[in-house]
Design a protein around this ligand. Sequence first.
Ligand code: SAH
Length: 337
Amino acid sequence: MPALRVPKREAELAKRKLKKLNLYDGKRRPKREGEFVLLPVIDDPTIHKLGYEVLETELHLRPERQIYRNLESVLAERLTPEELKYLRRYDVVGDIAIVQIPEVLEHRADDIVWGLRKVHPFIRVVARKGFHEGAFRIREYSIIWGEKRLETVHRENGVEIKVDLSKAFFNPRMKGERYRLAGLVRDGERILIPFAGVLPYALVIARYKNVKITAVELNREAYELGLENIKLNRKRLKGEIEFIHGDAFEILPELPTYDRVMSPTPRGVDALALTLSKAGRWLHYYNFVGEADIEEFRERIIDECSLQGKECDVRVKKVSDFKPHVFKVCADVRILG
Ligand code: SAH
């Protein structure tokens, strides 16, 4: 796979440029080589026109991709190379493995379970996932192996998160995003998190920073799991979490403004005006946006800021690919005055 050989001091800039051009290959890790850095790029003719040397090199896969590779190589014993191409990325939440098995691999389900157990000997449940449904964003799952439960304790970013996938939303892939937000927060901030689920964002942030968090969640079962999670992590938390059960659209208007608002907005809900109105200095607003509509989304936020009489700097960051050409994005909105 190709990599660009870039002088160390230009590496950050080059990386940013590559990301903008959609040429950066985030599945692999960059590597230092003396005074140079090898930046992973996708195989595209334009990489030869950027003024840097292009090398063929083996760069390490990022850990989650590495895990996926392990399953692939274990399953190579039982599946044909053609079948292996249909394997999707899977997740491990606590001791539950969550897989998607496309129709063409239906007859291979037992082999996939065998492979997963070989790569992750500690798993006790293998569940097949369907889609997120309804306002509470709960997925349909069917258990295809192991104990008949979807409840477990997941460890992430130094906290323990009790989840029940049959009752409440949880996405382990947002681990890096939660860590990123925790890094932006300063001690002493007051933070509001609507759509808080079982509290993964609140817990991770309170784990690292001495802050006061107010979280709001409508799903009663998610709320109760969240309360348990506060207890479960009490000794680890530097910050405080206050958790309110109710509809964000009814509760937020009654609350004061906060230094920072984080909105892990459910798909299909528009809470931009609501959450911005409660943000004193920062808003981190998540949304699902088509590749071609990212700029339009940014402009919509700037318009909303001026409607509310706020001067803002808005940066939109792709967080994950949701489906082909549709991204989960986070708008980091800095309120200047
Ligand atoms: N922040 C959590 C959950 C995100 S999913 C996480 O990242 O894991 C969105 C959450 O918003 C769900 O838990 C859903 O139950 C909740 N929700 C949906 N509509 C709501 C509303 N009107 N008020 C408060 N919470 C709501």
